[in-house]
Design a protein around this ligand. Structure first.
Ligand code: GLU
Length: 443
């Protein structure tokens, strides 16, 4: 069998969507499972849509997720070599394409853009943009590598698509085919959005005299509330997810199962495991749902696999500069089991570093706070067992309800009803800080 060569071909139009990361991941695994090559190709021929800095960002993101490429190409640089122009001119010479000089603006005004057959196709013009001379009355089909079924179109429904713009730059339709041929790509995996472009590509392959490569369209990731996953309903870019405190390994594990399933019920995969287990038969045919609770679950799993030291490093971007690193390190074991996302550390343990508004002290809980303050203030030694003994002593001496007593203490110290184990936390906070907060609340 020929070597498997796949490509990830993003357009540099902004930060990387989670769906694009999935496309890249599948293309990577398909290639690497068989010792093939994974190619990164920047499709920047629509320079009006380009967002500066996106190419670098895409590369950074791929590297962060371990998706290292074997070869790298940039279409705008290849365009300068004239390869796309040459291919388009050959298609004209062979009678499969034609020059068109309708200015984009005029075409629109005259309603040409809505016509599938371009008025210039039989004019025999010698310059202008180059468009595909789509035949009428033919059927064009292929078998989708992912969906596993034959898909066909009547050419009557396929437009005379532009291949080369009048500025000499190719459109996506031409560049994608020329490059996939030139780069000896064996499989193209891409988002479902690109399916309507496929008949155009199939015609270009045919007219260039080359058999089409395997083409597979991935399912659409659905939002739990219905419809396509979109930004309006929560973060969908890799950057946003990382900044919310999802770990790269958790994001990777989560998305690889959104559209692919192993033969067994295994759930935890790192990149290497996925490459080894990868089998195209595992591609799902129904649209997966982006279940955030599941993502949180994965993130929790990976957070807990980290050593405290690793977690401390990962937490750095979420901590305030003036938070005492030693205390942060000591709080990590107390919060690790309770975190879903890195940012949860801040909501769970932030009160240790920054005083919060205590939950209200009323006549009802005042007695609890008062006796906690007195018992703690009396302590000579500040450690877990001394604190346990002092507080439990106060509870039994006064016949308090243990749960209520500790809830009041917790609420006063932290301003919250949910915290890491409170006595352990008091040890880390230190006596002065704890007693001062209690006294302040009482006054
Ligand atoms: N440049 C297209 C994109 O931005 C690539 C589609 C394809 O892989 O053919 O997704």
């Amino acid at each position: 069998m020929e070597k498997i060569r796949t490509r990830f071909a993003p357009s540099p139009t902004g930060s990387m969507h989670i769906g694009s990361l999935r496309t890249a991941l599948y293309a990577y695994a398909l290639a690497k499972h068989s010792d093939g090559d994974f190619i990164l190709r920047i499709e920047d021929t629509d320079q009006k849509r380009e967002v500066p800095g996106s190419t670098e960002k895409i590369k950074e993101t791929l590297k962060l997720f371990g998706l290292n490429w074997d070869e790298y190409y940039v279409q705008s640089e290849r365009a300068i070599e004239g390869i796309y122009k040459k291919a388009a001119e050959k298609l004209v010479a062979d009678g499969y394409a034609f020059y068109c000089n309708c200015k984009a603006k005029n075409a629109k005004e005259e309603g040409f853009s809505r016509l599938l057959r371009d008025p210039c196709r039989d004019k025999g013009l010698k310059e202008g943009a180059i468009k595909l001379k789509t035949p009428d009355g033919e059927t064009i089909s292929y078998t989708d590598y992912v969906l596993g079924k034959e898909i066909s179109w009547e050419t009557l429904t396929v437009a005379d698509a532009t291949l080369l713009k009048s500025d000499g730059f190719p459109t996506y339709h031409l560049a994608v085919v020329v490059d996939d041929i030139d780069m000896k790509i064996s499989h193209c995996l891409r988002g479902h959005d690109w399916l309507p472009s496929t008949p155009i590509h199939l015609l270009v392959y045919k007219y260039l005299g080359v058999a089409p490569i395997e083409i597979g369209h991935l399912t659409d990731i659905q939002d739990p509330s219905g419809g396509k996953l979109s930004k309006r309903k929560g973060s969908v870019s890799c950057d946003e997810m990382l900044s919310e405190g999802y770990l790269p390994e958790a994001i990777l594990n989560f998305i690889l199962l959104l559209g692919w399933a192993p033969k067994d019920n295994r759930e935890l995969f790192n990149l290497d495991d996925f490459v080894k287990a990868f089998d195209p038969a595992g591609f799902q045919k129904t649209n997966p749902i982006f279940n955030r609770a599941k993502l949180d679950w994965f993130n929790g799993q990976y957070l807990r696999q980290k050593t405290d030291e690793e977690l401390f490093k990962a937490l750095k971007p979420f901590l305030k500069e003036d938070w005492d690193s030693q205390k942060v390190k000591r709080m990590i074991p107390l919060t690790k089991e309770r975190m879903h996302k890195l940012e949860d550390f801040v909501s769970l343990a932030g009160f240790v570093f920054e005083e919060k508004e205590p939950l209200v002290v009323t006549d009802k809980n005042r007695a609890h706070i008062k006796s906690a303050t007195e018992s703690l203030e009396r302590l000579q030694e500040w450690n877990k067992s001394a604190i346990d003994t002092a507080l439990m002593g106060a509870v039994s001496e006064n016949k308090y309800h243990t749960g209520d007593f500790f809830m009041d203490l917790r609420g006063t110290i932290s301003g919250s009803r949910v915290t890491p184990p409170i006595n352990d936390t008091l040890v880390i906070m230190g006596k002065d800080e704890v007693v001062a907060r209690l006294k302040k609340a009482l006054s």
